[in-house]
Design a protein around this ligand. Structure first.
Ligand code: CA
Length: 651
């Protein structure tokens, strides 16, 4: 499995012999191969799959306040291969039981014989994960990491599917950067988004050879979140947060206690998109950071959300009461009370609503502004979640009312002090048995496993944009056919959608944004978009104006999953995939392309022959219907998904 290649070269001028060492780490099935070397003193790695180059020789290394360790380095030693073979259970991701098999090696880089850092590689059948362990140097027991050299040089034919990093200071009341920009799909390499690179995860297509999803995981308060910036026609590298994030008051270069571990850089590789959709690498390589104070899985469930159709002005006692009734009628567990409740409902009002909800078997989620001094968003409550004393007092009050969760919005970027805030909110909330949803925020990086009371994050152009602008309604299917391959495959996504209103407003009246997608599409996204704590954009009028079968499905649809399977698709065009809850498979698809997507339910290999399945499908005019279909082994059971339509099959 390992080999050592000694290359000799002679410097003509000095006759000094320089040796380059290479070390190899191979995935358990032998197809994914990582080669690490010290080429002329430059720490390097490359990634091949089935002998095909996916990452060409690319830099490793760190520049720190103790020294620049990006060149002048040699491989001193490499640990033997350690076989990782573990099974873990996790209730809040795409798969409830994960069997993680990987090969791990620690490659130690040195200068002048002194150990500087190790690069720890974990290679599974389709995922490469690596991180640095920076060692103490002399009296230095702490370090500032000024730059991380980690780069990704790609074959010439590579095309990109990327989400530009937004520039700080823009957006609603200077709340950027949040991960809320439009993807560019099937684009050339060599571009740099809006000038600041791209947010994770980043998807690349290696011509006809396959796909590659680059991400990071295991980011907590001991580092910052990173992004990917273009560094040439065919290369990208890790970059730290932008200077003006958090109004320029946070630091961009992370500080580390030594020895100190950086977050994991991950590369998911496949000949098709199945490894990308089914990957659990974001969770495989991280640990749970504290014990849950309660059984959070018992509190997972669906909720309603008044603000999404009705806006700021409708966050009032009567409207929220109506949405508590709606939640109760649907058999949902929660109601999310959005921003401005402090002014428009008041604490007494919230206490009355919580009591009313309790009678109906429903619990509240409450919205908070994250700030602080890093945004000018007027929505309150403000100045609580950034202050540990006020925060704990507030959470004690919430626990007394039976509040199940909070939604904290408008964060200030990806720098280390912001990561500290995310972790502090999560840790305090766990002390009070509260689930946390983040909005206007960064991508969660392994947080489902690290923080047991973590719920989900926005970090996407979510359903609010369907309400704000017709443009996003026109592109709803394109985006829905993108997220399962990128944003939502690496982390839970709080999208807040599955609307059954034709128009995004109170009472479903003609005017404002008009939905282009079908009702079956709405049902399909309830399965497609994974979060254990979704709040759907359903409205009280849907109980009378939406098809009965659609409401019945939205009552029944699970929020936790035991397994996932990719069936077919192409980012931005269409997706067909299946999720299993218990012994029941939900096969769903949506189509954004002009060409109808044809599915033969028999040939997807999910349902046993002879089984009777329920199929929700659209006709050419996007009119939905539901029927029972008996599968027979010889017959093709063909369905077609029209543009902006969907399909849902369940047994
Ligand atoms: Ca938002």
């Amino acid at each position: 499995m390992t080999k050592k290649i000694i290359l000799l070269s002679i410097f003509a001028s000095s006759f000094i012999m320089a040796a380059a060492t290479s070390e190899v780490v191979t995935g358990p099935d032998g197809r994914l191969v990582v080669t690490v070397s010290d080429n002329n003193g430059r720490p390097e790695y490359k990634v091949d799959y089935d002998g095909i180059p996916f990452i060409l020789p690319s830099a490793l290394g760190l520049d720190t306040d103790m020294g620049d360790f990006r060149s002048g380095m040699t491989i001193l030693k490499a640990s033997p291969v350690e076989n990782i073979n573990e099974t873990y259970s996790i209730p809040n991701i795409k798969k409830s039981t994960v069997h993680h098999r990987a090969n791990s090696r620690k490659i130690t880089f040195a200068r002048d014989g002194k150990k500087i850092f190790d690069v720890i590689f974990e290679v599974s059948d389709n995922d490469v994960a690596y991180r640095y362990n920076l060692r103490p140097q002399g009296e230095s027991l702490s370090a500032i990491v000024l730059d991380e050299a980690s780069s990704f040089v790609m074959p010439e034919a590579t095309t990109t599917f990327l989400c530009p990093q937004s520039l700080p200071g823009g957006g609603w009341k200077h709340t950027y950067p949040s991960y809320e920009t439009e993807y560019t799909l099937d684009d050339k390499m060599g571009k740099n988004g809006e000038g600041a690179g791209f947010t994770f995860p980043c998807l690349f297509r290696n011509g006809d050879n396959g796909w590659m999803l680059i991400n990071e995981t295991g980011v907590d308060q001991s580092y910052c979140g990173s992004r990917l910036v273009s560094t040439g026609a065919d290369s990208y590298k890790i970059a730290f947060p932008q200077e003006k994030e958090m109004k320029g008051l946070g630091w961009t270069t992370p500080g580390l206690n030594l020895p100190g571990l950086t977050p994991w850089r991950t590369i998911t590789v496949g000949r098709d998109l199945a490894p990308v959709v089914e990957s659990t690498v974001a969770f495989d390589v991280v640990d749970q950071l504290y014990e849950p104070s309660i059984d959070y899985a018992a509190n997972y469930g669906k909720g309603t959300w008044n603000w999404i159709m009705n806006g700021d002005g409708a966050v009032n006692f009567d409207h929220e009461k109506r949405y508590i009734d709606l939640a109760a009628d649907l058999g949902y567990q929660t109601v999310l009370v959005d921003g401005l409740w402090d002014k428009q409902i008041g604490r007494d009002g919230i206490e009355k609503l919580a009591a009313y909800a309790k009678e109906k078997g429903v619990a509240l989620y409450l919205w908070y502004n994250s700030n602080g001094y890093w945004n000018d968003a007027p929505q309150g409550p403000r100045g609580i979640m950034n202050n540990s004393i006020a925060r704990k007092k507030e959470m004690k009050w919430m626990r007394e009312l039976g509040v199940k969760g909070i939604k904290v919005d408008f964060f200030g970027g990806d720098n280390q002090p912001m990561m500290q805030l995310y972790q502090d909110i999560l840790s305090d909330a766990n002390d009070y048995g509260i689930i946390v949803i983040f909005h206007g925020c960064t991508l969660p990086r392994g947080w489902e496993r690290m923080y047991p009371n973590y719920g989900a994050s926005e970090a996407v152009l979510a359903s609010e944009n369907l309400n704000f602008q017709q443009h996003f309604c026109d592109l709803e299917a394109v985006n829905a056919a993108t997220h399962p391959f990128i944003r939502n495959t690496m982390a839970s996504m709080d999208f807040g959608g599955s609307a059954l209103n034709k128009y995004w407003n109170t009472g479903n009246k003609k005017g404002g944004s008009e939905r282009r997608t079908s009702d079956v599409f709405a049902l399909a996204t309830a399965v497609l978009f994974q979060s254990p704590v979704p709040h759907f954009a359903l409205a009280p009028n849907n109980l009378s104006d939406a098809p009965e079968w659609a409401i019945d499905f939205m009552k029944e649809v699970p929020v936790t999953w035991d397994d996932v399977r990719f069936v077919d698709g192409y980012p931005g065009r269409y997706v067909v995939m299946a999720r299993r809850h218990g012994d029941k498979w939900y096969l769903v698809g949506v189509n954004a392309s002009d060409k109808p997507v044809e599915i033969d339910i028999n040939s997807v290999g999910i349902y046993e022959a002879g089984k009777t399945v329920t199929v929700y499908s659209d006709d050419k005019t996007l009119a939905g219907s539901v029927k029972q279909v008996k599968l027979s082994p010889k017959k093709k059971i063909r369905f077609s998904i029209p543009k902006n339509g969907g399909i849902v099959v369940m047994d």
